[in-house]
Write a protein that binds this ligand. Structure first.
Ligand SMILES: Cc1cc2nc3c(=O)[nH]c(=O)nc-3n(C[C@H](O)[C@H](O)[C@H](O)COP(=O)(O)OP(=O)(O)OC[C@H]3O[C@@H](n4cnc5c(N)ncnc54)[C@H](O)[C@@H]3O)c2cc1C
Length: 374
C-alpha cells in the first residue's frame, strides 16, 4: 500500500482533512492546480458564520456552531488575520419581521449566544446609513483572511508529514477489495497510479464527478451538483466607510441564498454580493458583467443610503456546489461509503457555504470516520 489515505482536492476543506488525518496516518493530498485554494476556497465572502440560518440537527448547524469557535481559536494560535466584527440582519419592510423573529428562534435552538433583536432606532445608532425597521445583531460573526488560513493549515499538515502532489488530476479510481488504485495525470501528460486504503473525496465543484469515477450512481444517491455562480461588486473606496459591520438583508423566501449583502474586508474594503445564478454549463466562468450593476444597486438600496450606481465596480465571482436533489434540506453530505460497496471511501459533496467556517470541524469529522473503521 502506497498511502493510508489519499485526499482529492486542495481547497480549505481538503487541506483541513489532510491536516487532521496526517497526525495519525500517511497521507497524500492530490490537487490538479499548481497550488492550494485556486477554486471556491479563494472566491468567497470570507465570513466566519455563526450558524443561525441552518435547521437544528443538520450538519451545517452543528459544524458551523463548533467551527465558528474553533476557527477563531485556530486564527489566534496561528497568526491568521481575522476580526470578530459582528453582523446585522436588517428588515426593510414589515412583512420581513416574522422572518427575522424566526431566525432569532432558530439561532436560540442552535445554541448560538450573543444574539439580540434591535429596533430600527437601535440599528440606526450602530449604523447611521442603514434604513431598517428592525435588526438582528449577531456578535459572533466575523471575517478571516482565507488565504492566510489555508497557508496555516497547509503548513500544519506539512509539519505532520503530509505529502502533496500539485498539478496532478485524479482521472480514474478502482476499488481493489482491500484498497483503492488511483490514476493521475500531470499537466505535462505523465500518467501513473498508486494505492491507498482510504480515499477522501474533497473535490468541491467536481466531487460528484469523482463519485462517478468510482462507479457510484450520483442521481440515485442524490449527489449530483448544480453550479451556482455568485457575483460581487466592490464599493468605491470613498464610500467604504458607510458601514461598520457586516450588513445582511432578511434572506429571500424560497431562494437558496442569503440575499445580496455587504461584507467588509480585513483591508477595510467594502464588497456587495454574492447574488445567485445557476449555470447551464460547467465552465469556470468568473466574469462579472457591468450590466448586473443596476440589480446590485437596487438590492442594496433597500437597506442602505449614500450610494449611487457609479459607486459600484465589478469585482470577483465564485461558484457554489449546490445539491440538485435533496429531501428536506440541502445539508452537507459527508459519508463513508461502506453501505454502497466502497468501504473506506469518504465523500464530501455539496460543501457550499458555510464550508469555510466549518473547515476545521469537517476535517476532524473526516478523521473520526477514518479512525472508526481503521
Ligand atoms: C460566492 C461564495 C461565497 C461564499 N461565502 C462563504 C462565507 O462567507 N463563509 C463560509 O463559511 N463559506 C463561504 N462559501 C463556501 C466556501 O467557500 C466553500 O464551502 C469552501 O471553500 C469549500 O472548500 P472545498 O475545499 O470543499 O472546495 P474547493 O475550494 O472548491 O476545493 C476543491 C479542490 O478540488 C480540486 N479538484 C477537483 N477535482 C479534482 C481532481 N479530479 N483531481 C485533483 N484535484 C481536484 C479543485 O482543483 C479544488 O482546488 C462561499 C462560497 C461561494 C461560492
Amino acid at each position: 500500500m502506497d498511502f493510508d489515505v489519499v485526499v482529492i482536492g486542495g481547497g480549505v476543506v481538503g487541506l483541513s482533512a489532510a491536516n487532521f488525518l496526517s497526525k495519525d496516518y500517511s497521507v497524500l493530498l492530490v490537487e490538479k492546480h499548481p497550488s492550494f485554494g485556486c477554486e471556491t476556497s479563494s472566491r468567497n465572502s470570507e465570513v466566519i458564520h455563526s450558524g443561525i440560518y441552518y435547521p437544528k440537527h443538520t450538519l451545517k448547524a452543528k459544524l458551523c456552531r463548533e467551527g465558528n469557535k474553533s476557527l477563531y481559536e485556530w486564527c489566534e494560535r496561528n497568526n491568521v488575520p481575522f476580526k470578530r466584527i459582528g453582523k446585522l440582519i436588517v428588515a426593510a419592510e414589515t412583512q420581513e419581521l416574522p422572518l427575522l423573529a424566526k431566525l432569532l428562534e432558530n439561532a436560540k435552538d442552535n445554541g448560538i449566544d450573543n444574539i439580540s433583536m434591535l429596533t430600527g432606532e437601535e440599528v440606526s445608532k450602530m449604523e447611521p446609513n442603514v434604513k431598517s425597521i428592525a435588526g438582528l445583531w449577531v456578535e459572533s460573526t466575523g471575517i478571516v483572511d482565507s488565504h492566510r488560513l489555508m497557508e496555516s493549515i497547509f503548513a500544519s499538515a506539512q509539519s505532520n508529514g503530509c505529502s502533496f502532489a500539485f498539478r496532478h488530476c485524479v482521472d480514474a479510481i478502482r476499488f481493489c477489495g482491500d484498497c483503492y488504485e488511483l490514476t493521475v495525470s500531470t499537466d505535462t501528460g505523465d500518467v501513473f497510479s498508486f494505492s491507498s486504503k482510504f480515499v477522501v473525496n474533497s473535490a468541491g465543484l467536481y466531487s460528484d464527478l469523482v463519485c462517478s469515477l468510482l462507479g457510484l450512481d450520483i442521481d440515485a444517491l442524490g449527489y449530483r451538483l448544480l453550479w451556482a455562480k455568485g457575483h460581487y461588486f466592490r464599493v468605491h473606496p470613498s464610500k467604504q466607510h458607510l458601514v461598520n459591520h457586516l450588513i445582511y438583508p432578511v434572506p429571500p423566501i424560497d431562494s437558496p441564498f442569503l440575499g445580496i449583502h455587504l461584507t467588509i474586508e480585513l483591508s477595510g474594503g467594502l464588497k456587495l454580493g454574492p447574488d445567485i445564478v445557476f449555470l447551464d454549463k460547467r465552465i469556470l466562468d468568473y466574469t462579472v458583467r457591468e450590466e448586473l450593476r443596476e440589480i446590485f444597486y437596487q438590492s442594496v438600496s433597500r437597506y442602505l443610503t449614500g450610494l449611487t450606481p457609479s459607486d459600484l465596480m465589478p469585482d470577483q465571482a465564485g461558484i457554489r456546489p449546490k445539491l440538485k436533489y435533496y429531501r428536506e434540506y440541502p445539508d452537507f453530505i459527508i459519508k463513508e461509503e461502506s453501505k454502497n460497496g466502497f468501504p473506506g471511501f469518504i465523500n464530501l459533496v455539496g460543501i457550499e457555504s458555510p464550508g469555510l467556517t466549518c473547515c476545521l470541524e469537517i476535517g476532524k469529522f473526516v478523521a473520526n470516520l477514518v479512525n472508526n473503521i481503521s
